[in-house]
Design a protein around this ligand. Sequence first.
Ligand code: FE
Length: 167
Amino acid sequence: MNAPEKVSKLSAPGMVPEIVEMAIPADERVWVPQAPGVYFRPLMLNTVTGQWWNLLRVTKTGVVSRHRHPSMVCGLVLRGRWRYLEHDWVAEEGGFVYEPPGEVHTLVVDEPTKEMITFFNVNGAMIYVDEQGKTVGYEDVHSKIDMCRAHYAKNGLGAEYVDQFVR
Ligand code: FE
């Protein structure tokens, strides 16, 4: 991180610092488990706008989740491939995905040997639904922060490790 004196005099006083990270971490402990075979790596957690930027990593095959969002989501596939049951396209390595608000989709990973890593920018919430579309759970930026704190407190990084990604 830049020391304060390195910040340009043209910048606003008191502005929050930038975040510069290797997105795929060298330390495995940075990955936060969210379901069996499913992990996320926080990059930016915005408690004012309710947005978060993270990597999703999936090491299992099959359905990862069925969900909808109240706002748009953008994704960029870094490794592997995945698809939604509701669509006939496959998100390939290097591919960009835009998810419109309100759409229910079911993320599936088909290939057993290859991990999938995708960068997602989520705005507002992940609303998990069952096969009838009934809400069965949700995540927002605050629940993501709580999951990080709990995981990092247990694995030696320390609960406060997540603070560097919170704005
Ligand atoms: Fe989605």
